[in-house]
Design a protein around this ligand. Structure first.
Ligand code: OAD
Length: 250
């Protein structure tokens, strides 16, 4: 473990272009449940009933209530040391961009300024008819799924549901960044959901050094990870940053 952490710190110190890919695990220590695993969101709320665009179109009010409940839970959550560590890497010129699958805004709140939101952001709503966006005002939420004030179309949380495509900008920008980086830090993602899970493979194919922070091994660990930092990212990432700063004498 110690050797692995040191290898990772050295790779980061020597790197010219670092990108992070994050998933639900990076926000777990902020109190937000992950999607999979024993206490995962999709265990309590099956994907077919709550996670797909078809589910929303079939019973928008039921899925809307689920998103209101989730947003209520996330509302008071704050960034944890893992988010701050990634922001600090940007501050010392060791992070170009964070590509996140999370919709909780916590990387931005921690101070990361370059964040690609691969699966959208739950603080906004989008109209399924005219594509106009509106803020998701939790304090004034309606009991039923809301309608667009412009065109009366159905609004939905501006997050990518299963069956929808990744927003164009996020898809292409993330792919370009993944292919350009020489070190990628993959944090708290189970490697189960594509196309996000392709990004570390694309980076590896172009020769990037892959650092993975996770509580448990994933398909990445078995296939492409160069340095596996096992444990809660809120502990491993700050340790890594401390070592990088020591390497760089800052
Ligand atoms: P998952 O719930 O699938 O995986 C979370 C990962 O984080 C697992 O590998 C855990 O072992 C790890 N983990 C948990 N706590 C951790 C911690 N404190 N530190 C480090 N690692 C930790 O979440 P994602 O991979 O993000 O998409 O899921 C990907 C997508 O599936 C989500 O964006 C969402 C979901 O369906 C959509 O809704 C479109």
């Amino acid at each position: 473990m110690a050797a692995t952490l040191e290898q990772a710190a050295r790779a980061l110190s020597d790197a010219k272009n670092v990108v992070a890919v994050t998933g639900a695990g990076v926000s777990e220590e902020s109190g937000i449940p992950t999607f999979r695993g024993d206490h995962g969101i999709w265990v309590k709320y099956p994907i077919e009933e709550f996670g797909t665009i078809d589910a929303y179109l079939n019973d928008a009010n039921r899925v809307w209530a689920f998103w209101c409940e989730l947003s209520e839970l996330v509302k008071d959550c704050r960034p944890n040391p893992a988010h701050y560590a990634l922001a600090e890497l940007e501050g010392i010129d060791r992070m170009e961009t964070v590509i996140t699958q999370n919709v909780d805004n916590l990387h931005q709140e921690a101070g990361s300024t370059s964040v690609i939101e691969y699966h959208g952001n739950a603080r906004h709503l989008v109209c399924l008819q005219c594509r106009k966006r509106a803020p998701f005002d939790l304090d004034n939420r309606t009991k039923l799924a809301p309608k667009c004030v412009e065109c009366d179309g159905l609004l939905k949380p501006d997050v990518v549901m299963f069956g929808e495509t990744i927003p164009n900008y996020a898809l292409f920008e993330a792919s370009a960044r993944a292919q350009k980086c020489d070190v990628m830090i993959v944090v708290g993602t189970s490697a189960q959901v594509f196309p996000a899970a392709e990004l570390p493979f694309a980076a590896k194919e172009r020769g990037a050094f892959i650092i993975e922070c996770n509580r448990e091994p994933t398909d990445f660990t078995r296939l492409i990870t160069d340095a596996f930092l096992e444990g809660p990212a809120g502990e491993t990432l700050p340790e890594l940053v401390t070592l990088v700063k020591a390497e760089l004498a800052i």
